[in-house]
Design a protein around this ligand. Structure first.
Ligand SMILES: O=C(O)C(=O)C[C@@H](O)CO
Ligand code: MG
Length: 390
């Protein structure tokens, strides 16, 4: 089998959006003196799709969620020529080809996200070629179903957060993740507001369910050190990305500080990056996203490293490119799940753009043993809501 063409498209949402309210989610811009539209850094309303066409007529589908126009340009100019006329089953060679050819400027960030999109499409077409789901190529079924945690609970008024938490309980979820709205610049009152929101959600879900806490890099080391002991009484399953992704020693220091596990990795790249995080004991939960970290070829290596450190892998975002790895990896006990809702920050676009992602039932998703590839296709029902760039 030979790859004949790589087709990339950028889908930019032009439909209805619900703009986030102030303090919706702490983030890395919060410490700057002029925050402007501080939500701008994590509002992404576009997506890149990658279709790998082959001489068999089979097409593999991959995607990149970050900086879509740049990802498209990188794939079109640099990556497509490296994989065209090649056999997708040589996936390790192709990954190394893309990685090494772009090494001077790639490695981390959007260069690696672009490689991820091509790699995901390669795995999809391999699965289709052998008539098996990708998870069967990665080790097969390690669990009957995948438990999911509901991930939204952005910071709004406490009553709305409590109602939202209750709605996840009603749907059968036994774990959920909430976001902090305040950080170092908001002083002791913000600290109190953060603690109040955790107490409010705990009040609804009780002591016996998992509650995850997300900072999205909106704190700093000093603030996190003051918050962690105050959070202990709420027994979070983890505290996520308290500091900037580059501050690996900061993660390690916090991870030693209290009994609360520190999680991270959705802004880290390749097995080299995760080796560092794990060797420094910087994270107690690994959270790569396959469509950033280097695709399935890199993610499976990270799973093996994490398993050897006895650190669980719970990828960022759920979605098929992650679910197949989670299903085939004993070191992955559960998945994240973004509840479907109006377009706010952009995570929701996945459901408007792709068909085939499984819906949770009672807090679990399952993958089909007989659906070849990743089981995703483009959902043209909403194409008129997107500006599409070929
Ligand atoms: O789901 C997460 O872990 C994220 O970081 C999502 C991001 O969009 C901020 O909530
Ligand atoms: Mg996160």
């Amino acid at each position: 089998m030979k790859i004949t063409q790589v087709r990339t498209r950028v889908f930019e949402w032009k439909g209805h959006t619900v703009p986030p309210t102030p303090h919706f989610c702490s983030n890395a811009m919060d410490e700057l003196w002029d925050r402007g539209d501080s939500m701008g850094t994590f509002r992404f309303h576009g997506w890149t799709t990658v279709e790998i066409e082959t001489d068999t007529g089979l097409v593999g589908l991959g995607n990149v969620a970050l900086a879509p126009r740049i990802a498209k340009a990188i794939i079109d100019q640099y990556l497509a020529p490296l994989v065209i006329n090649q056999d997708p089953f040589d996936y390790e060679y192709l990954w190394q080809r893309m990685y090494r050819a772009t090494h001077a400027w790639g490695r981390k960030g959007i260069g690696m996200a672009a490689i991820s999109g091509v790699d995901i499409a390669i795995w999809d077409v391999m699965g289709k070629a052998v008539g098996k789901p990708v998870f069967k190529l990665l080790g097969g079924r390690t669990k009957e179903r995948i438990p999911c945690y509901a991930s939204k609970l952005y910071r709004t008024d406490l009553k709305s957060m409590q109602e939202e938490a209750q709605s996840y309980l009603d749907q059968g979820f036994t774990a959920m993740k909430m976001r902090f709205g305040y950080g170092p610049k908001d002083g002791p009152a913000g600290m109190r507001a953060n603690l109040d929101s955790v107490a409010a959600v705990r009040e609804v879900i009780g002591e016996d369910l998992d509650l995850m806490l997300e900072c999205y890099m909106g704190w700093n080391l000093e603030y996190a050190k003051r918050m962690l002991p105050r959070l202990e009484r709420y027994q979070p399953r983890w505290l996520e990305e308290p500091v900037l992704a580059d501050d690996i020693d900061g993660y390690a220091e916090l991870n030693r500080l209290t009994s609360i596990p520190i999680s991270g990795g959705e802004h880290e790249f390749t097995h080299y990056g995760f080796r560092q995080l794990l060797e420094k004991r910087a994270v107690s939960v690994v959270q790569y996203d396959t469509n950033r970290v280097g695709g399935i070829t890199a993610a499976r290596k990270i799973n093996a490293i994490a398993e050897s450190f006895s650190v669980p892998v719970i990828p960022h975002a759920g979605q098929m490119h992650n679910y197949h790895l989670t299903m085939s990896t004993l070191a992955s006990p559960m998945s994240e799940f973004f509840p479907v809702h109006d377009v706010e920050i952009g995570n929701e676009l996945f459901y408007y753009l792709f068909k085939g992602d499984p819906e949770p039932e009672n807090g679990f998703i399952d993958l089909d043993d007989d659906e070849p590839g990743l089981g995703l296709s483009l959902n043209d029902d909403y194409f008129d809501q997107f500006h599409i760039i070929e």
